[in-house]
Design a protein around this ligand. Structure first.
Ligand SMILES: [Fe+2]
Length: 173
């Protein structure tokens, strides 16, 4: 796939997200995750996109934003050993792995107000999806525990400018 075709694929993915949100407004995360999984499975989706990794932390690269519907989709690049905090989401979220293997860990809130307790773990490979509602108590962590750089595609029900301030409720580093 050349650069123009990759841009077309990202535009098509964005169109699919928008259509899914219109068709399934009551469960946006699941509907959008299906769209992301379809496109993320294509290894050339990001051809020609400049999505560098960062030495000290994983990093987001905006792919598309729909201000009218209030969502954005980004590529997250994870070097081996990089991981998110333990967090829940204040808005719906949908994720698909594009490259590499991500490890997703699940947690439940502690009844005594201590740190969340881990309940499970799953490996996510290219094309695999995961999603969650707008619920800070639906807690998880994504990590690249593999040996190669990983890339995941994330859509959130929030404008991109508010990703850093209004997206996550962090429960633990
Ligand atoms: Fe998350």
């Amino acid at each position: 796939m050349n650069v123009i075709a990759a841009r077309t694929a990202i535009a098509a993915m964005a169109h699919g997200i928008s259509a899914a949100l219109r068709a399934t407004p009551r469960d946006p995360a699941a509907a959008v995750a299906q769209v992301l999984g379809h496109y993320a499975a294509d290894p050339t989706l990001l051809s020609g996109q400049h999505c560098p990794c960062r030495a000290d932390t994983y990093i987001r690269h905006l792919l598309h934003e729909d201000a009218e519907q209030g969502w954005a989709v980004a590529a997250l690049v994870w070097r081996p050993g990089q991981m998110s905090p333990v967090h829940g989401h204040r808005v719906w979220c949908a994720v698909a792995v594009h490259q590499g293997i991500m490890t997703e860990s699940f947690y439940v809130p502690d009844v005594a107000d201590g740190p969340p307790r881990q309940t499970g773990v799953a490996l996510r490979r290219p094309g695999d999806i995961t999603h969650g509602p707008a619920c800070p108590d639906a807690i998880h962590r994504l990590a690249n525990l593999g040996t190669e750089t990983a890339v995941s595609i994330h859509a959130y029900g929030l404008p991109y400018a508010r990703f850093c301030s209004n997206l996550n409720t962090v429960h633990a580093a």
